[in-house]
Design a protein around this ligand. Structure first.
Ligand SMILES: Nc1nc2c(c(=O)[nH]1)N(C=O)[C@@H](CNc1ccc(C(=O)N[C@@H](CCC(=O)O)C(=O)O)cc1)CN2
Ligand SMILES: Nc1ncnc2c1ncn2[C@@H]1O[C@H](COP(=O)(O)OP(=O)(O)OP(=O)(O)O)[C@@H](O)[C@H]1O
Length: 189
């Protein structure tokens, strides 16, 4: 296989392994990750915070989204087209939802927002801020266009990898939160 083909195969294999590992994580670790996320973001005021509505066994940021919505605007990602950056629609606790692309829930009638804080879902991550997603490149494209935002990846320790296979377009995350702590890389901020 050529370099590119083998990288794609390696990413696909890593996605399967991370997905399976994530499925096996218990409630205690999930609650601890949610608490760590809130601890990292609890001081935010007047910001536009992009959370996400979890699918499958993703770590759940909704407790933090509910807590932050009092003093901040909250929005969630919407896939509008393949190959395009994500857009973000305003979300509030209990708002009406519909199922969008890839089975992700999206608010029926929230306005479009541009976040300055993003909580980013992932399948896998490494100690250097490397992130493995579902393979659409949606967050890579989105983060490339949102310089200056506070970007925090949320995951569970079971999703930690030695090194996420990296492509030129992959964007490293300056902050990663898991049940084990808040990990920051000052060189990426
Ligand atoms: N909660 C959440 N929302 C999100 C994302 C995400 O990763 N998580 N996205 C990040 O880009 C975008 C949606 N993109 C996605 C692209 C592919 C798949 C996907 O392949 N899903 C698998 C299995 C899902 C599961 O059960 O874990 C599938 O459909 O087979 C999902 C979302 C925007 N919203
Ligand atoms: N900024 C960009 N411009 C053009 N293509 C991009 C960009 N970012 C990523 N891509 C392309 O998108 C494809 C998927 O990228 P990748 O495998 O990194 O997705 P991912 O990070 O796992 O997915 P997601 O962000 O949707 O969860 C790759 O072919 C990659 O080259």
């Amino acid at each position: 296989m050529g370099g590119e083909a083998s990288l794609t195969a390696l990413k696909a294999q890593s996605r399967l392994a991370c997905h399976a590992a994530r499925d096996g994580v218990g409630l205690k670790a999930r609650a601890a990750a949610a608490t760590r996320l809130y601890a990292r973001l609890m001081n935010l005021r007047g910001r536009t915070v992009a959370g996400y509505l979890p699918i499958g066994s993703e770590a759940d940021p909704r407790g933090t989204m509910r807590a932050l919505c009092r003093d901040n605007r909250i929005c969630v990602p919407v896939v509008t087209a393949k190959g395009a950056p994500l857009r973000f629609r305003e979300w509030a606790p209990g708002c009406a939802l519909e199922t969008g692309a890839f089975g992700v829930s999206i608010p029926v009638d929230g306005g479009w927002r541009v976040p300055d804080v993003l909580i980013v879902p992932m399948l896998g991550f490494d100690a250097g801020g490397g992130r493995l997603g579902y393979g659409g490149g949606f967050y890579d494209r989105t983060l490339a266009g949102l310089r200056g935002a506070l970007v925090v990846g949320l995951a569970l320790e079971a999703q930690r990898m030695d090194a996420v296979p990296q492509e030129r377009t992959d964007v490293r995350l300056p902050w990663i939160v898991t049940e084990a702590g808040v990990f920051g890389d000052e060189t990426l901020r």
